[in-house]
Design a protein around this ligand. Structure first.
Ligand code: GLY
Ligand code: MN
Ligand code: MN
Length: 523
């Protein structure tokens, strides 16, 4: 439902106001007398073997080509302060690295000699045979005898902690590791016209993309030729981004387990919220209390929240991306909470519950809630292998249109409203009811339409089902008693061999379940 976007603010010159001792005596003094680094290497990541299989599957689509996946740089929040680092999703998926690992790193899949033409089926490499060798370039920890060690606030060990060594990253991932200093040459080698085909995830790291563009455009004869090369590059890079996105449409068993964990922690955080409702009601900004309670559990048991929490009390619930969360929480109102915990491997839940603040729904609130629930159940009923992704939305919208028509809110019949040229019912639900979910809250966003919206559901897919109805306070077409009521119910769903599993089923959904649960927790 939300549209997350990550942009890198321009890295303006930052005036340095810190002062570091630079005398030779100090430098010799601070470099000395530290305990040796650990003698043992870390265990291989649980995700490492899964990531190797993902790299093999992706590499097989691009035999003979160099594929470049940047983790991305630190992103400036303001002045000399960065956002917490989060690697690009394709990098995380293909390396198994998660939280905080590793700013500026680049995964390169280097084509193996002799695999360029594939094995005759149009794809390089047979089952299990690697077409590429993987290399991770990153900035390993600097020695204690370097200036970086004590004076670099972005990377220095005394500022941000110890980074891994090349050997440690190799032990964690099973991927050959090389120093970041070598990356620009390594990715550009033989990348000019007539050389090796190279593709990069363009949005990953501007510096990497620019270096590759320069190398690939290289000696193009004139401006027209350069422009044509640039267009071809952007197109072929887009195909890599698309393939990396489509690779995540069906989750492997490791990813499913991570999603179960993300959902389990999220469910505990929702229960924390119910417990904190009296505190929220007493607060000047009760929505912030709710946001904070969720964030605490998310940060304690996971990496944090997978997206900005929506804590929307009363009519705020009708603002779809209400993340300001600065409102009061009043008895008699509902509060819509859309929140998900992201675990350390970066998989996130995405859950919405709309709760009556007193623990009991009013008659009008219940009426709207029951329709949203019926719409969700209709989508659940078609969530099975063989259905199309767009059937989920169609099933839910059909219920919404039918009920709104019965309430006399539509200027046409439900059937006419559901036709493409109608869609009147969408006034009260402008968003779609499903999206894929995983490392990104809106996962697989670059997948082709025929694989996503028009795609056929397969076991292992995970997506949301999240219908809603929103009657804003100033909506003159809405019955007066419904104005200011916004309701969404959002569950996370795994497609199984013969149907689906509601991963968020531990959180009450029906009116009765919600009221019983709240009564128990609030006791
Ligand atoms: N919380 C974002 C969404 O529901 O899509
Ligand atoms: Mn969602
Ligand atoms: Mn959501």
């Amino acid at each position: 439902m939300s549209q997350d976007s990550q942009t890198t603010p321009p890295a303006d010159e930052v005036t340095e106001h810190r002062s570091y001792p630079r005398s030779a005596a100090f430098r010799a003094f601070i470099a000395d007398n530290w305990a040796p680094r650990p003698a043992t290497l870390p265990d291989r990541l649980p995700a490492a073997d899964f990531a190797a299989r993902r790299r093999r599957a992706l590499g097989a689509l691009f035999p003979g080509e160099r594929l470049v996946f940047p983790a991305g740089p630190l992103v400036r929040r303001s002045n000399d302060t960065d956002f917490r680092f989060r690697p690009h999703s394709a990098f995380a998926h293909l390396t198994g690295l998660g939280t905080d690992q590793e700013p500026d790193a680049v995964l390169v899949l280097e084509p193996r000699a002799g695999t360029a033409t594939g094995d005759g089926d149009g794809h390089g490499g047979g089952a299990g045979q690697d077409t590429h060798d993987a290399v991770i370039f990153f900035r390993p920890r600097a020695g204690r005898d370097t200036e970086e060690f004590y004076s670099d606030a972005r990377y220095g060990e005394l500022w941000v902690g110890v980074r891994p060594s090349l050997e440690e990253i190799e032990a964690l991932t099973g991927i050959t590791a090389r120093h970041l200093d070598e990356v620009l040459d390594a990715i550009a080698k033989d990348a000019g016209e007539g050389g090796l085909a190279v593709r990069v995830i363009r949005e990953g790291d501007q510096q990497i993309t620019e270096r590759l563009d320069e190398a690939r455009v290289g000696a193009a004869a004139d401006d027209t030729a350069r422009e044509a090369t640039r267009e071809a590059m952007t197109r072929s890079d887009g195909e890599l981004a698309r393939a990396a996105s489509e690779l995540r449409l069906v989750k492997d068993s490791f990813e499913i387990e991570q999603m179960r964990e993300a959902v389990a922690v999220s469910a505990r955080a929702f229960e924390d919220i119910v417990r904190a409702l009296p505190e929220a009601v007493a607060s000047r900004r009760g929505e912030r209390v709710i946001e904070g309670v969720f964030a605490r559990r998310a940060r304690e048991e996971g990496n944090g929240t997978g997206y900005d929490t929506i804590a929307a009390s009363g009519a705020h619930a009708c603002t779809l991306h209400w993340i300001r969360n600065d409102g009061v929480v009043r008895e008699g109102d509902l509060v819509l909470i859309d929140a998900g915990v992201e675990v350390d491997t970066l998989y996130t839940a995405d859950v919405t519950r709309t709760l009556p603040i007193t623990g009991r729904f009013s008659e009008a609130q219940r009426r709207v809630y029951e329709v949203v629930l019926e719409a969700a159940d209709a989508a659940f009923a078609v969530a099975r292998p063989g259905s199309r992704f767009r059937d989920l939305n169609a099933a839910a919208q059909a219920v919404i249109a039918r009920r709104l028509a019965e309430w006399g809110l539509l200027p046409v019949s439900a059937e006419e409203s559901l036709a493409d040229e109608g869609q009147y019912h969408r006034r009260w639900i402008v968003h779609g009811v499903s999206h894929h979910l995983g490392i990104d809250v809106h996962d697989c966003a670059q997948a082709r339409r025929e694989m996503y919206l028009d795609g056929v559901l397969e076991p292992g897919m995970i997506f949301t089902i999240e219908p809603g109805l929103y009657f804003t306070a100033d909506d003159l077409l809405a019955p007066e008693e419904l104005r200011g009521i916004g309701i969404r119910i959002e569950d996370d769903v795994l497609v199984t061999e013969d149907g689906c599993e509601n991963l968020t089923a531990m959180l009450p959904r029906t009116v009765e379940e919600v009221e019983t649960w709240m009564a128990m927790v609030l006791l």
